[in-house]
Write a protein that binds this ligand. Structure first.
Ligand code: PLP
Length: 387
């Protein structure tokens, strides 16, 4: 059976080049980078090389990169670390369509004496900038707004948002977990104070992430204990995974521009093909400002989960929302915030491609989806009777 992996926003395969550079760090190079002896010295250099590779992908200085265990830890650290550093009750601003790593953290802060504003989005999934401006007028704030949405791929105007935040005297964090490696990012040129990224979205393993903290940003470490990461994140560094993340960032920098066009062309072919062959189908989110690899599409009157199960039997892997929420049958909070009608929210499927996706895989998917959709609609009580 063909297998086609179109769920790269949930996680991506580990690049063979990444596995190759990691391997020696499980065999010979297992020293602790904090050790003064030769075993430590052997790996410290590679740790710093990886830091420079991560920094290069986003235009940062290596000293501004802190390694973490995942995107979720980076988000928690950024938000709680800047709120703690401010001291006392703070205003915290985020959006209604963030990943739970940000939303749940902000809601936790709301329960602990901080004032939290959740900014809405329009029907295309774009942030309400007027509402953001109003919230910023309420006083100095820590603001966490994602660069690109994991479910729809919608890209927010990060530069404009950062300028608004800075003009109001706030601190700006962006969850760029879905953007890094897919879009050009240069933090030196952007009004961004903190930025989160995660290895497993860009062909490094799961369980490794990084946080960019601009020099001079007031920030309190979240993980307390040892002196690692220049006193900014306690815990012995996960050297093999850090080295892997460094290599994945180097590869992303090499391939990114070409991928932005080739992956987008395959995504567009998938989108056009599905719209042409499946009636009562709509694309969710702003298609002009969208990640090149993401397509969120609703097949009205049927359940996304049903589509996914049938596709899985045919060897095709996609998703009906973010990986974290797909275990529950709760409709997507992102699509609901956009006001997508009930029948379309339930029938939504996210296809997310990568540089490993081929034209043959897209053609195979285009061949299989209409049959699945027709079969499910034939059984659905929600399909309107047409005269
Ligand atoms: N932020 C966004 C936008 C994501 O898509 C994800 C993962 O799906 C995360 C944060 C969490 O990253 P991690 O799985 O590395 O904790």
């Amino acid at each position: 059976m063909n297998t086609v992996y179109l769920d790269n926003n949930a996680t991506s395969c580990v690049a063979p080049e990444v596995i190759a550079v990691m391997e020696p760090f499980f065999r010979e190079l297992w020293g602790n980078p904090s050790s003064m002896h030769l075993f430590g010295g052997q790996v410290r250099h590679d740790l710093e090389k990886a830091r420079a590779q991560v920094a290069a992908l986003i235009g940062a200085d290596p000293s501004e990169i802190i390694f973490t265990s995942c995107g979720t830890e980076s988000d928690n650290t950024a938000i709680r670390g800047t709120v703690d550093a401010a001291g006392g009750a703070m205003n915290v601003i985020t959006s209604r369509v963030e990943h739970p790593a940000v939303l749940v953290t902000c809601r936790y802060l709301a329960e602990h004496g901080h004032r939290v504003f959740e900014i809405g989005v329009d029907a295309a999934g774009q942030l309400g900038l007027v509402q953001l401006g109003e919230a910023l007028r309420e006083g100095p704030a820590v603001v966490s707004i994602m660069w690109a949405n994991n479910e729809t791929g919608v890209i927010f105007p990060i530069e404009e948002i950062g300028e608004m935040v800075h003009a109001a005297g706030g601190v700006f964090h962006t969850d760029a977990v879905q953007a890094v490696g897919k879009l050009p990012i240069d933090v030196k040129q952007m009004p961004i104070d903190l930025l989160s990224l995660s290895g497993h979205k860009l062909h490094a393993p799961k369980g490794i992430g990084a946080l960019y903290v601009r020099k001079g940003t007031r920030f309190q470490p979240f993980m307390l204990g040892g002196h690692q990461e220049d006193n900014r994140r306690a815990g012995t560094e996960n050297v093999p995974y850090i080295v892997g993340l460094g290599k994945a960032c180097e590869l992303a920098l090499q391939h990114r521009d070409a991928e932005m066009t080739s992956v987008a062309a395959l995504r567009d072919r998938l989108q056009a093909g599905l719209l042409a062959t499946c009636p009562d189908t709509r694309v969710n989110g702003d298609t002009k400002n969208r990640l090149p690899n993401t397509l969120n599409i609703s097949f009205e009157y049927i359940e996304g989960e049903g589509i996914l199960m049938h596709l899985s039997d045919l060897g095709i892997a996609a998703s009906s929302g973010s990986a974290c929420t797909s275990g529950s049958l709760e409709p997507s909070h992102v699509l609901r915030a956009m006001g997508v009608p009930f029948t379309a929210v339930h029938g939504s499927v996210r296809f997310s491609l990568s540089r490993y996706t081929t034209a043959e895989e897209i053609d195979y998917t285009l061949k299989q989806v209409p049959g699945v959709v027709n079969k499910l609609r034939a059984m659905s009580p929600f399909v309107p009777k047409r005269t």
